[in-house]
Write a protein that binds this ligand. Sequence first.
Ligand SMILES: [Zn+2]
Length: 73
Amino acid sequence: MKTGNAAYELADRLAERERAAGIARVQSQLSGSSGRLVCDCGETISEARRRAVPNTTKCIDCAMFEERQRRRA
Ligand SMILES: [Zn+2]
């Protein structure tokens, strides 16, 4: 009988997400296209957004979050 199965499953899922984000990041760097395909948070940066904001490195959520922080400062 295994114990802590839920914890293992959660850790597995988190690791899987990290891995997927890491792979996408490497692929976007290898592609050499302008801007990145994936934000640091793991969110995909849409093509429309990359076209609107060339060389952006952030997804819309992170960009908006940063903008809010800037305004508050
Ligand atoms: Zn992001």
